[in-house]
Design a protein around this ligand. Structure first.
Ligand code: NAD
Ligand code: DAU
Length: 332
């Protein structure tokens, strides 16, 4: 494998993956990205031009996707509409990009015999009760609850059907909640960090007891590379780092890291259909591919994220006001 196409490489996880690939492999990377509100070319600045190029385009456009897919050994597909709150306001772009975009890519990969890795989410499995000792595994039943997770579940099903019916050379990974550098300020952790830096109080949906299973984005990247290199075709791998925390615990930790009172947050209206808890059992990935997360200390990872947003205000500042006014319109 010498050349890969990374879709959505100007977004949060995609750009971190591209930086990881540049540092840890000799692969050539082409990024295909539509540069929606969530894409930012600054996140890819400074990459070596002999190993990297960028194509501005839409994954739903077969005339763009087809030649790019033919020219590489593998496609790693991150591009998506990714934010649940947006999917509740305006679902249509989620159907277009997550379903039709994935369809367009797998048709090209099937035609050219290109290896395909599909990036997906633990949200396809719905949620777990707060007092349920269980965790999601590769055998969990699909029970998506939001327009976002329903379209991601549909995209997984398309990939699975193309594997079975057409022999598509594909793998799928479903990962839990990521945090780290270059994450859009609409998402929970960057929103609360940048609120605190701006002298505003963090805002917790509902009672703040919902639980997410946090993983540092660099650990997601190392897992995807391990699957790309050693994963069995047709298989699904769950990616997680045993990072379960309630939203309230995360906010209290952020307040402590920034020298604020632990009660200096507000409870606001809940997200409709708000999933209670996600939890990943990643033992298949660890057993088969020897993968392990490097960021096992969540508090240290969170402190590093606070430092990144402190040091990179020029990156997030242009998005902050528009994001907050969108939330104000939703009562959040
Ligand atoms: P993001 O919203 O930060 O980035 C998405 C990127 O895709 C942006 O650069 C955007 O411009 C691009 N894009 C959107 N529509 C496009 C289109 N039609 N054509 C080309 N490019 C398009 O998302 P993210 O948080 O980095 O998530 C990346 C992937 O990882 C998604 O598939 C998401 O479902 C999955 N995922 C995310 C998380 C998480 O915690 N953020 C966890 C598990 C899985
Ligand atoms: O589980 C993986 C998923 O994680 C990914 O597939 C999604 O792309 C990604 O956005 C993320 O989805 P969530 O909905 O879990 O993430 P979000 O950052 O939007 O919210 C995390 C939790 O924090 C959730 O319980 C809602 C809550 N929340 C969020 C915001 C923005 C708040 O309490 N306050 C907020 O201001």
């Amino acid at each position: 494998m010498q050349r890969i196409l990374v879709t959505g490489g100007a977004g949060f996880i995609g750009c971190n993956f591209v930086h990881y690939i540049m540092e840890h492999t000799g692969l050539h990377v082409t990024v295909l990205d539509k540069l929606t509100y969530a894409g930012n070319l600054e996140s890819l600045s400074g990459l070596p031009s002999q190993r990297f190029d960028f194509v501005h385009g839409d994954i739903c456009d077969a005339t763009v996707v087809d030649p790019l897919t033919a020219a590489v050994d593998a496609v790693v597909h991150f591009a998506a509409e990714s934010h649940n709150d947006n999917s509740l306001q305006e679902p249509r772009p989620f159907v277009d990009t997550n379903l039709l975009g994935t369809f367009t890519l797998i048709e090209a990969a099937r035609k050219h015999g290109t290896r395909f890795h599909h990036i997906s989410t633990d949200e396809v499995y719905g949620d777990l009760a707060l007092n349920d000792p269980g965790r999601f595994t590769e055998d969990s039943v699909y029970r998506p609850t939001s327009p976002y997770s329903a379209t991601k579940a549909g995209s997984d099903m398309l990939v699975r059907a193309w594997v079975r019916s057409f022999g598509l050379k594909a793998t799928i990974s479903n990962c839990s909640n990521n945090y780290g550098p270059y994450q859009h300020v609409e998402k929970f952790i960057p929103r609360q960090i940048t609120n605190i830096l701006d002298g505003m109080r963090p805002r917790l949906y509902g009672n703040g007891r919902n639980v997410r299973d946090w993983i540092h984005v660099e650990d997601h990247s190392s897992a995807v590379l391990a699957i790309l290199e050693g994963g069995r075709l047709g298989e699904t791998y769950l990616i997680g780092a045993d990072g379960e925390r309630s939203n309230r615990e995360v906010v209290e930790k952020l307040l402590a890291l920034t020298g604020q009172s632990p009660e200096a947050y507000d409870l606001v209206g809940d997200r409709p259909g708000h999933d209670l808890r996600y939890a990943i059992d990643s033992s298949k990935l660890r057993r088969e591919l020897g993968w392990a997360p490097r960021y096992s200390d969540f508090d240290a990872g969170l402190a590093a994220a606070v430092q990144w947003y402190r040091s990179n205000e020029q990156w997030w500042r242009p998005q902050k006001a528009a994001t907050e006014s969108k939330y104000a319109g939703q009562g959040h």
